[in-house]
Design a protein around this ligand. Structure first.
Ligand SMILES: NC(=O)c1ccc[n+]([C@@H]2O[C@H](COP(=O)([O-])OP(=O)(O)OC[C@H]3O[C@@H](n4cnc5c(N)ncnc54)[C@H](OP(=O)(O)O)[C@@H]3O)[C@@H](O)[C@H]2O)c1
Length: 293
């Protein structure tokens, strides 16, 4: 095993793992790689990376093993045949997972003599290696501190978020959940714009304004929500219900798919039916936190 500070293994060469291997090579690291589809390593090998012939060979090569796979089912499929090689390894697992999956993964690693540091990378491949990019980590603080140099290569900002290996996964899912939902809102608006003869480019400046306004809403609501204040002084849920129905009908009238705006109307309707029509639409948070209430 190579415990040198400037030698690492990368398992998984999707867009993320590939970008990580690239930036590690850029910074002078000796990089061993393995990927199910071996040809994805060709460009890296041409730059000096070593292609392991099996996951076990990749794990054996270095103390620090970066894992960037689609999900933990893939992690299991790749690492199960390599359990004999895991003793003494630091598994820097940057694969998306639920908090429970991340905790189970950390227990599984410990059972085989390895330690897992869970990571949630908050940027796309283009952000890998950039100073402003952020990754949340959780797991043993001592491991985070000892391997800080390589973490800083991957994203310029590395934040340790506690010993619970599930916590980084939770923080990642909070952000990525917002991301997917917000982007779906954008796709819906683009589909509606296109159905009415506008291009995505025509709508871009307005989309930017709308997205940029959201941070002010987060700041306005955060304290109120934490204090349980849902006063309908600026935005009554009943008003919101009428508004989202207009959005739904505009999509329907334009022949656009209505699954997403209909789901939004359904949430607002449930809030009104729960007696919150005169409250702020932030009262929906209570409904979402306790759906049975
Ligand atoms: N892309 C992003 O913008 C982004 C941003 C932040 C976090 N993430 C997270 O980072 C992780 C990696 O992202 P990515 O975009 O690189 O993912 P990806 O396109 O899903 O590729 C990841 C890798 O998983 C491998 N894989 C999948 N199933 C496998 C299996 N059963 N056995 C062996 N290998 C398997 C693929 O191998 P093959 O090459 O052989 O298919 C590929 O190398 C994901 O968990 C993702 O959620 C992604």
């Amino acid at each position: 095993m190579n415990s040198a500070r400037n030698a690492v293994t990368v398992i998984g060469l999707g867009p993320m793992g590939h970008a990580m291997a690239e930036v590690l090579l850029d910074r002078g690291y000796a990089v061993t790689v393995w990927n199910r589809t071996a040809s994805r390593a060709d460009g890296l090998v041409a730059r000096g990376a070593t292609l392991a012939q099996s996951p076990a060979e990749a794990v054996v090569a270095n103390e620090v093993v970066i894992i960037s796979l689609t999900d933990y089912a893939a992690v299991d499929a790749v690492l199960e045949p390599a359990t004999h090689a895991l003793d003494g390894r630091v598994l820097l697992n940057l694969t998306s997972a639920t908090p429970e999956e991340a905790r189970a993964g950390a227990r599984w690693a410990a059972d085989h003599g390895a330690v897992q540091l869970t990571g949630g990378v908050n940027v796309p491949p283009s952000g890998i290696g950039q100073p402003e990019s952020l990754t949340f980590y959780s797991g043993p603080r001592e491991v985070f501190d000892r391997h800080r140099a390589v973490l800083d290569v991957l994203t310029g900002r590395a934040e340790h978020q506690g010993e619970d290996p599930g916590h980084a996964a939770l923080l990642y899912q909070l952000g990525v959940g917002m991301f997917w939902t917000a982007m779906l809102g954008y796709w819906q608006a683009v589909a509606l714009a296109r159905a009415n003869g506008l291009t995505a480019a025509d709508f871009l400046a307005q989309a930017d304004d709308t997205a940029n306004s959201l941070t002010r809403f987060f700041a306005f609501y955060a304290d109120r929500i934490d204090s349980g204040v849902h006063t309908g002084d600026v935005d009554r849920l009943a008003m919101g219900m009428a508004s989202v129905e207009h959005v739904l009908r505009t999509n329907a009238d334009s022949g656009v798919d209505t699954a997403l705006p209909a789901a939004v109307v359904d949430l607002f309707r449930r809030g009104v039916e729960a007696g919150r029509g005169a409250d702020s639409f932030s009262a929906l948070v209570e409904l979402m936190a306790k759906p049975g209430a």
